[in-house]
Design a protein around this ligand. Sequence first.
Ligand SMILES: *Cc1c(COP(=O)(O)O)cnc(C)c1O
Length: 362
Amino acid sequence: MARVFNFSAGPSMLPIEVLEKAAAEMTDYAGSGMSVMEMSHRSPVYDKIIKEAEALLRQVMEIPDNYKVLFLQGGASTQFAAVALNLMNGNKKADYILSGQFSTKAYQEAQKYGDVVAAASSKDINFSAVPKTQKTDFRADADYVHMCFNNTIYGTKFSSIPDTGDIPLVADMSSCILSEPFDVSKFGMIYAGAQKNMAPAGLTVVIVREDLIGKARAETPTMLDYKVMADNDSMYNTPPCYCIYVAKLVYEWILSIGGLKEMQKRNQKKAQLLYDFLDSQSYYHAPVAKDSRSLMNVTFVTGDAELDKKFCAEAAKAGLVNLKGHRSVGGMRASIYNAMPEEGVRALVDFMQRFAKENPKA
Ligand SMILES: *Cc1c(COP(=O)(O)O)cnc(C)c1O
């Protein structure tokens, strides 16, 4: 079967060049006579893979030397607790910006560990825009401020980095990491589940400023202690070996096309195609405020749940799959991560036009 255009929110498309390279190296990696899946994580050949992966990620994201890069497991959701256990260690206070479901989950998890408040929220508008904040919204003695940069479910993102003054800013970047350049030095910590824009599910990347680690609470599970993981080069135990290998191929792919500036250009062009179309007609409605629109997840509805259902079913028949919106919001969501080619977005816009013509509203 031919490959489809897969608009899944995650796990999601990987670049075809990466899949083909992984396939070519599947049974005999670099003359080792075995697959990366089969080799010891302590072997010299694997050591080279994980070290290169880290070096490439540092290069791609221009990560300053005073940040640690950790390759972990447990998904972004495990970080909801890990962030609190590792970083809520001074005044045991943390401020959260609530911009959707994942940031709310992170907030609820952190509440188990200290004095945690919602400094800002856009729940009252059903998370259709991100909350605007200023420095004075945050408690000066908070150990950190937590945000979710791109809200995968609602299709919103922050257009700039919130000003938190001297308070370290922690960002869940699961669905926007590597989509455009970010100034890492503006963050105390960035974390991301890999399955949206980086690798298969099973890998979580943490980028954390060195001075913030080493002060985890006594009850922190060893496996969640960033210092332990940093001191052991992410190999305190068996890391998600194969995912890290695929991530390395993805980093190489990004460099091969010209790095994050070029990636951003391509992503902006793709998103623009969809938003321009949405703004040009009235059959579909895009519920997100214009200044909060995501580059990665584009949400829209017809306004009729039955039509939405028909849209997704017929799109799938046309090779445009996984367009159903998150179960909590309904409608449609086109996730157009790095690996989605412009051709896929053009095919989606063509289909949307055809569907509107063939299915007039009563
Ligand atoms: C997908 C996602 C998560 C959850 O990730 P898991 O790896 O499944 O735990 C958290 N935050 C954001 C922004 C996401 O997109």
